[in-house]
Design a protein around this ligand. Structure first.
Ligand SMILES: Cc1ncc(COP(=O)(O)O)c(C=O)c1O
Length: 368
C-alpha cells in the first residue's frame, strides 16, 4: 500500500515549539509529576517498574480500569490497547477492508480516517459537512447501501469541535444496523463535551458491530504516553487487529501504560479540570470572535479542543500561517490539511496558554 504524506503532521513537524501555539489539539497537557501527584504512593512503584515488553493486548490492570469507564456490554476481553489511536485504526482498516469495499466517511476529517481506505483501494464516499457545520442524516441514508462495509464517524469532531446530538447519534447507529455494516467511531475527544449532558454513549456500548477508539492524548492531555484503545463487542475482530499489530509495535510502553492507569483511575478529577479549562478558554474565544467578526467567522464548537475558523479576506491561509510562524512564532493549522478548506484554519483552545497566544494572534491578524 502506498500512502501520501500526512499533511497536518508534515506541516507541524519542526514548528511544534512555536511560542504562541494554537495548532495543537491536546487538552491541558500533563506532566509525570501531575499524574503522580494524584497517587503519591505510586512513585516508588514507577521507579521499580520493569522496562519490559507488556502483555500483547495491554496491561491487565489498565484494561480493567478502562472497562470501568464504559457502561454496557464492555468487558475486559472487549478492550485492546494500542500505541496511539493511530496504530489501532491503521491496523483496523487493514484487517477490515479490501480493495473495492465501499465505505462512508464523515468529512472533513483527520486524514487517517479516510486515507488508509483510499490507499487500500476502497470506494470512499464522503459524508460532507454543510456550511453551518452540521451533517445531513438524509444524505447519510442515501450514501449507505447494502454493499457498505464501514461507516466512519468522529464526535466530538476534529477539526470543527462539533458534536452529534443524542438523536443524531442514535440515527447513525440505526443506519449502520439497518445495513449491517461496521461502524468506526473515533471518540478520542470523548469526555471533552463542554456541557456534561452532551456526553454520548460510546458506539461500542450500543452496537455490536461498532468499534470505538479512545486515547490518552486528547481527553487526558497525555499524548506522550502513546496509549490508546479499541473497544468492540466483536472480540474476533479485535483478535485480528492484535495479530496485525504484532508486525507494528509488538506491545505498548510500560511507563505510558502505568501512568495511564493512574490517570484513568482519577478520571473524574482530570476531566473536570479539563472541562473547566475549555469553558474558560471558550469565553475568551467568543469575545475574540465578536471583536474580529469582520476578519474571521467562527462557528463556536460545543465540544473538544479545536474548531475551524474561516477568514473573510485571506484566501491563502497556508501562506498566512507560514508567515505568522516565521515572523512571530504564532502557529495555526491551515484548513487545507483537513480537505478542501484553503480559506480556513484550525485553532486549538485546549492549552493552558491559550489566552496569551490568542491575544498575540489577534494583534497579528489586525496588522496583516
Ligand atoms: C480525530 C483523531 N483521531 C486520532 C488521532 C490520533 O491520536 P493518537 O495520539 O491517539 O494517535 C487524532 C490526533 O490528532 C485525532 O485528532
Amino acid at each position: 500500500m502506498k500512502l501520501p504524506p500526512f499533511a497536518l503532521d508534515r506541516f507541524l513537524d519542526g514548528r511544534e515549539d512555536a511560542t504562541y501555539n494554537l495548532a495543537g489539539s491536546v487538552c491541558n497537557q500533563r506532566t509525570v509529576a501531575d499524574i503522580l501527584a494524584l497517587e503519591p504512593d505510586q512513585h516508588d512503584a514507577l521507579l521499580a517498574l520493569a522496562l519490559d515488553y507488556q502483555p500483547y493486548s495491554g496491561r491487565v490492570s489498565l484494561r480493567e480500569e478502562i472497562v470501568k469507564t464504559y457502561a454496557n456490554h464492555i468487558g475486559f476481553e472487549n478492550v485492546l490497547i494500542t500505541v496511539g489511536a493511530q496504530e489501532g485504526m491503521f491496523a483496523l482498516f487493514n484487517v477490515l477492508l479490501e480493495q473495492g469495499d465501499h465505505i462512508v466517511v464523515q468529512t472533513p476529517c483527520y486524514q487517517l480516517l479516510n486515507q488508509i481506505a483510499v490507499s487500500i483501494g476502497c470506494h470512499v464516499d464522503e459524508w460532507a459537512m454543510n456550511d453551518d457545520v452540521t451533517w445531513d442524516l438524509n444524505r447519510l441514508e442515501q450514501l449507505v447501501t447494502s454493499k457498505t462495509r464501514l461507516i466512519v464517524i468522529n464526535s466530538p469532531h476534529n477539526p470543527t469541535g462539533a458534536h452529534f446530538s443524542h438523536d443524531e447519534f442514535n440515527a447513525i447507529v440505526d443506519i449502520a444496523r439497518q445495513h449491517d455494516c461496521f461502524l468506526l467511531s473515533d471518540e478520542v475527544y470523548r469526555g471533552l463535551e463542554h456541557a456534561v449532558a452532551d456526553l454520548l454513549p460510546s458506539a461500542a456500548e450500543v452496537y455490536e458491530r461498532a468499534i470505538s477508539v479512545s486515547d490518552m492524548s486528547k481527553t487526558y492531555g497525555m499524548a506522550g504516553t502513546r496509549v490508546a484503545w479499541l473497544v468492540s463487542q466483536d472480540t474476533a475482530l479485535l483478535h485480528h487487529v492484535l495479530k496485525f499489530k504484532d508486525y507494528m509495535t509488538i506491545t505498548g510502553s510500560a511507563v505510558g501504560q502505568f501512568l495511564s492507569e493512574i490517570a484513568i483511575r482519577n478520571r473524574d478529577t482530570l476531566i473536570t479540570e479539563n472541562r473547566n479549562l475549555l469553558n474558560t478558554n471558550i469565553e475568551h474565544f467568543k469575545a475574540f470572535a465578536v471583536r474580529q467578526q469582520v476578519r474571521v467567522f467562527i462557528n463556536m464548537p460545543n465540544a473538544s479542543t479545536t474548531t475551524l475558523i474561516r477568514f473573510t479576506e485571506i484566501t491563502d491561509v497556508e501562506a498566512f500561517a507560514l508567515k505568522a510562524f516565521e515572523t512571530h512564532s504564532i502557529l495555526i493549522s491551515p484548513g487545507n490539511k483537513f480537505g478542501a478548506y484553503p480559506q480556513w484554519a484550525r485553532v486549538g483552545f485546549g492549552g493552558q496558554t491559550f489566552k496569551p497566544s490568542l491575544d498575540k494572534f489577534e494583534r497579528y491578524l489586525e496588522h496583516n
